[in-house]
Design a protein around this ligand. Structure first.
Ligand code: DX5
Ligand code: ZN
Length: 228
């Protein structure tokens, strides 16, 4: 099954995607395997290069190690300067979807062609400070997913920015005008209080880092957040 087909099987219900950024990197499999046993089918992986964002996390070798243990769809958020160069290594390591940032000088058609060539799905992420309309107009025809950031990317545990709700609605409207329906994902500050707001805004994939792994029982937290 190719990456597009694997993604098609995940459309539909709302999902909460644990972001391993907030997990214990020395005990990663022990962090995500209980979630998968509880029914979690998508993990969010935050890749940071110390240039596009000030923080540094991990690269393809860690994705490969996760792939070896995980059955989940690996949603990879690339907060890096040159994503075109790295789609292939991440796809080979096991990323099912790679999301690139619209603030970079990128050609959406070139990214989409490369994603198809290396068999990974493509998403585009939009920072809170970026003009959303222009980004969605430009990228919607080429992507499987639009990630509306609800914090400035770089760190877990930040406060949710409420403007994301209206930005999700706008992203859906503009996409519909282009005759496409990318998955709408939201990332940053999602917890029991903000999850209902972004669902109402049209988000179907909700990333949650500290709300899941900062809880003494990540499985309970994930289940609670996943409930409607
Ligand atoms: C931030 C990352 C997020 C982060 C979210 O740059 O993109 O995925 O893990 O963390 P919380 O849920 O703690 O805001
Ligand atoms: Zn992220």
């Amino acid at each position: 099954m190719n990456a597009r087909d694997r993604l098609a099987a995940l459309r539909g219900p709302h999902r909460v995607l644990p972001s391993i950024l907030s997990a214990d990197f020395a005990a990663l499999a022990a962090s995500f395997l209980p979630l998968e046993e509880a029914g979690c089918e998508v993990l969010h992986l935050d890749v940071m290069d110390g240039h596009f964002v000030p923080n540094i996390t991990f690269g393809p070798p860690l994705v490969k190690s996760i792939r070896a243990r995980s059955h989940a769809f690996l949603d990879t958020h690339l907060m890096i300067d040159d994503p075109l160069r790295y789609l292939e290594p991440f796809a080979r390591a096991g990323s099912d979807l790679c999301t690139v940032h619209c603030e970079l000088p990128l050609d959406p058609a070139a990214l989409a062609a490369e994603a198809a060539r290396v068999d990974t799905c493509l998403g585009v992420a939009i920072r809170p400070s970026t003009s959303l309309d222009a980004a969605v107009e430009r990228w919607a025809p080429f992507v499987d997913l639009i990630l509306v950031m609800s914090v400035e990317p770089g760190f877990g545990g930040q406060k949710f920015m409420p403007a994301a709700v209206e930005r999700l609605q706008r992203a859906a409207e503009i996409s519909a005008r282009h005759g496409v329906a990318p998955i709408l994902e939201v990332d940053g500050g999602i917890d029991a209080n903000t999850a209902p707001l972004v669902r109402a805004g049209g988000a179907s994939w909700l990333v949650a880092g500290s709300a899941v792994f900062g809880n003494p029982s990540p499985v309970d937290a994930w289940r609670q957040l996943s409930r409607d």
